[in-house]
Design a protein around this ligand. Structure first.
Ligand SMILES: [Fe+2]
Ligand SMILES: [Fe+2]
Length: 250
């Protein structure tokens, strides 16, 4: 799929002054609203973790990640705001999407109790996936404000992802391999579904407009390959998934 617009081709003024086809703004705002609420739900999960996890070794990282996820959400809502869409409006546009399998992972983190093992699973399911979405897709966005925000978010997500990788490495010793394997089976389907359905019309538009660089299925594949290597290195079992979206345990 050849992209129609180059990286960072447009600023807010280009859209507001009608220099870009109206459909571009429609697709862009839907993508930004999804990105913003994913960051916000991740922040809510970290806030929950900070309330419930007493472990002094984890709290500094949780505190920092919480502040950074709040900042990521703010950055993306600001971009929407420049286009005349406030946070409440953006969130309202996501009501149906939030109920889909794509949002099961961030909702789970935001809405359920978080212990140290859930924190690790959430980080593998949200930070590691987020790093791919932001680093592969949004960094090369044709919408310059989103590309710039992605650079800032990416630098911080690299640390979040490193935290998840380190924690996973030690997880079998800390929680017992059986518990971690069970948690992986429990979380992996929703983590992979977070990338969204393959080959959707919406993603087709995103690719065509240069708002995404890769299809959801390609990112999901990349994620599974990276995660499998780490899971096996940590002496754990990589769960098998059904081939079609929404994925479940095979
Ligand atoms: Fe983030
Ligand atoms: Fe993160």
């Amino acid at each position: 799929m050849k992209r129609q617009f180059a990286i960072a081709a447009f600023e807010a003024a280009d859209l507001l002054e009608g220099r870009v086809e109206p459909r571009y703004a429609k697709v862009l705002t839907r993508l930004l609203a999804a990105h913003a609420i994913a960051e916000k739900l991740t922040a809510e999960g970290y806030a929950r973790a900070l309330e419930s996890i007493g472990d002094a070794a984890l709290r500094p990282t949780i505190t920092r990640n919480l502040a950074e996820e709040r900042k990521h959400a703010r950055l993306v809502y600001q971009i929407l705001d420049q286009l005349g869409i406030n946070e409440a409006h953006a969130d309202r546009s996501m009501i149906t999407a939030l109920k889909s399998a794509s949002f099961a992972a961030p909702r789970r983190f935001a809405e359920h109790p978080v212990g140290p093992l859930e924190l690790l699973m959430a980080s593998l399911s949200l930070d590691m996936t987020g790093l791919l979405m932001v680093g592969v897709n949004y960094r090369d966005s044709s919408y310059a404000p989103h590309a710039r925000a992605a650079e800032i978010i990416l630098a911080e997500e690299e640390d979040h992802e490193l935290f998840a990788a380190t924690e996973l490495h030690d997880a079998a010793a800390r929680f017992g391999a059986a518990s971690v394997n069970a948690a992986l089976r429990d979380w992996l389907p929703c983590a992979v579904n977070f990338f969204g359905p393959p080959g959707s019309g919406f993603t087709f538009d995103c690719l065509r407009y240069g708002l995404k660089a890769r299809d959801n299925a390609e990112l999901a594949e990349l994620y599974l390959t990276m995660l499998e290597r780490r899971v096996l290195q940590a002496g754990l079992a990589m769960p098998r998934l059904t081939p079609d979206y929404p994925h479940a345990i095979a």
